[in-house]
Write a protein that binds this ligand. Structure first.
Ligand code: ADP
Ligand code: MG
Length: 398
């Protein structure tokens, strides 16, 4: 269980009339001023609602995209403030700046239960630089610090790290508490049997997480590009498939140490190139010299599915193929649906990774059909790699 102090650990009376700074992740896709997907906004609502209900004065802050320290109107949080208005059904104060006398006055003039949203933190490069003065200025706006932006916890920025030390009370919001509960359980005491499904683009990006997962899991199903490096390490011909040559020695070692845990694809959907997927077919274990693997084949799907049961824990990170293209999405969608089914049957299912989360959507699996969808991406993988995330380490211990 999480050892970090959560917003529910503080007595209600502590919040009344206090200014509470809440770092959230409102990094939503915005095009021409319209928010195309507001999941991240809705995800932060329970924490904001909780603080409103306790009579706090809520100061919400987030980054949006990568404006790189410049005030670029397309990266303004104004559309987010409007959406927040609609969802909370209260007037959200949006001063349109991050820090100024205007912002300070607005913060000091908030009434109990009122909410204000600061402008995009990354309009100031001091945010990502973790500038000391900037951090102190942000901290001076509030009495209590709450972080609920798990996706940026692996970065030591002013709002996720630098400003925290100015507060006695540094609390985890509901999003972070849930991430710590589920990801923490994966590291420490997963319900067994513990099945891990990994895929995606590169071993190198997730090497530490992979090491831990291989060690802890009872079974590891490997698909995506990751599988070709493992197959190559076994001496299986993989044609022109994407192989990380420099990772082959590590993969060989992993295959030796965990031979009875690892399951690799036994067939593949291949094509001669992404552009020319007309030359598409299914082959068995070996991929002909001039072809590339873009998805796991039907026999592999059925083998993998036979391991995804309705008990214990299932953790999935990384698509099984180039799922963004219809021709190569079957393996990933099929695994996504099996993981959802495992939830219904009683397994603790956890999905992590930005592309894996998109893959769920593509397979029409609802977020509610998975026990925990980690919104962290890079942060989840670093956490599973056993690293202490800066944004988590600064939170108060229980
Ligand atoms: P996540 O974001 O869930 O951690 P990754 O970023 O590791 O996942 O990998 C996702 C990417 O890997 C996707 O863009 C997907 O198309 C790609 N991918 C997976 N398998 C293949 C493959 N066989 N060939 C080409 N790309 C692949
Ligand atoms: Mg990704």
């Amino acid at each position: 269980m999480s050892t970090k102090l959560s917003i529910t650990d503080l007595p209600d009376s502590e919040y009344k009339g206090k200014r509470v700074f809440v770092r959230v992740d409102f990094n939503v896709p915005i095009k021409d001023g319209n928010i195309s997907e507001d999941y991240r906004i809705r995800q932060a609502i329970p924490t904001i609602d909780y603080l409103i209900e306790k009579g706090a004065k809520v100061i919400v802050a987030s980054h949006l995209g990568r404006p790189k320290g410049r005030n670029i109107p397309g990266f303004s949080l104004k559309p987010v403030a409007e959406r927040l208005n609609e969802i909370l059904d209260i007037e959200v104060n949006f001063p349109g700046e991050v820090f100024s006398d205007k912002v300070r006055n607005a913060a000091n003039n908030l009434n109990e239960g009122e909410v204000m949203l600061l402008e995009n933190l990354r309009f100031h490069k001091e945010e990502t630089d973790n500038d000391e003065e900037f951090a102190e200025n942000l901290a001076s706006l509030a009495d209590i610090y709450v972080n609920d932006a798990f996706g940026t916890c692996h970065r030591a920025h002013a709002s996720t790290y630098g400003m925290a030390k100015y507060f006695d009370k540094r609390l985890a919001g509901f999003v972070i508490s849930k991430e710590l509960e589920f990801l923490g359980a994966l590291l420490q005491n997963p319900d067994r049997p513990y099945l891990v499904i990994v895929g995606g683009a590169k071993i190198k990006d997730k090497i530490n997480a992979l090491k831990n997962l291989l060690e802890t899991a009872d079974k590891v199903l490997i698909g995506g590009c990751v599988a070709y490096t493992f197959l190559a390490a076994k001496g299986v011909k993989v044609g022109k498939s994407l192989v990380e040559k420099e990772m082959i020695p590590w993969a060989k070692e992993a295959l030796k140490n965990y031979s009875d845990k690892i399951e690799l694809p036994i067939d593949h959907v291949v094509a001669d190139s992404v552009e020319n997927s007309r030359v598409m077919m299914v082959v068995d274990r070996e991929i002909p010299e001039d072809l590339m693997g873009f998805d796991i084949g039907p026999k592999t799907v059925s083998n993998f599915n036979s391991h995804i049961k309705g008990n214990g824990t299932v953790f999935w990170n990384g698509p099984m193929g180039l799922f963004e293209m219809n021709d190569f999405s079957n393996g990933t969608s099929s695994i996504a649906r099996s993981v959802a089914l495992a939830t219904w049957r009683g397994a603790t299912t956890v999905v992590g990774g930005g592309d894996s989360t998109s893959a769920l959507r593509r397979a029409e699996v609802l977020i509610s059909e998975i026990k925990h969808v980690s919104t962290g991406g890079g942060a989840s993988l670093e956490f599973l790699g056993g690293d202490e995330l800066p944004g988590i380490s600064v939170l108060s211990d229980k």
